[in-house]
Ligand binder design. Sequence first.
Ligand code: ADP
Length: 301
Amino acid sequence: KVTIVGSINLDTTLYLQRVPEPGETIRIQKLITSGGGKGANQAIAAQRLGAKVAFIGAVGTDDVGQQMLNLLRAAAINVDGIAQLADHTTGQAFITVDEQGENRIMINAGANTAFTPEQVRQSQPLITTSDFLIAQFETELKSTLEAFSLAKKAGVKTILNPAPAIASIPPELLALTDIIVPNETEAEILTGVHVYDEKSAQLAATKLADSGVSIVVITLGKAGVYYQTASQQGLIPALRVKAIDTTAAGDTFIGALASVLQPDFSNLTEALLFGNQASAITVQRLGAQDAIPFKDEITPD
Ligand code: ADP
């Protein structure tokens, strides 16, 4: 069982020729709405790839919140830990994509940053009955800290996806983290090492491991994934596929990893390979949650 403490957004993507100049009005070509937020994406991924999933987070009491709750419920995710906060809007991301494929993202964090350690404590049973607890940085740090400390006390393994990137992670959070999974950019911002290949990933991973995390996993886009534990390290190459939209690749990878990893980490390399296989499917499809594959789409090798 996997529990996610994280963000829930409604994503609205506007496809347009170009973004308007100040004062200018333009027509857009296409509008697509979908469920989003790193937390919700990872929850959907873990569930589709075989885990039982519970979610801890918050939405507003607005229509969008109801819509997002329904979406997660329909995906068979336990939503008992999702608070509905009356004084807050549900998180939303507004994304423009121009003809060059360039995107711009504006986020209303809303309820995502309003849920408190107290609300996390109310969901303690969801955490303590899990194998893994996963968090990102789209919610308040103090709530993540509370969740990780409840997990640790119960022997539940913790996975931190330090996204969006921040320059330094509080040592007390790192001390509660079993596995950290940054992408190249996040690893670089955290360590100051320009990460782009196996050697640079190794350098960055060593720095992160020095801060007390036992397993470091750095996703390297089409190069695959670099991992480092106390006893082993290496690069697991990505599958060679034609990527058309890499949105949610990292979220798929994390959900996949958590859904197959044994709590004693004994099958780490197989779990990372599974993560590569799952996210290679995501990058070949348009969209975020829509692109995330189901377990039976992944062919054993
Ligand atoms: P993020 O989406 O957080 O930036 P990455 O770009 O590192 O994360 O992608 C996560 C994982 O998705 C990679 O480790 C890899 O397994 C897979 N992936 C990403 N891009 C490609 C690609 N072009 N071809 C194959 N696999 C990919």
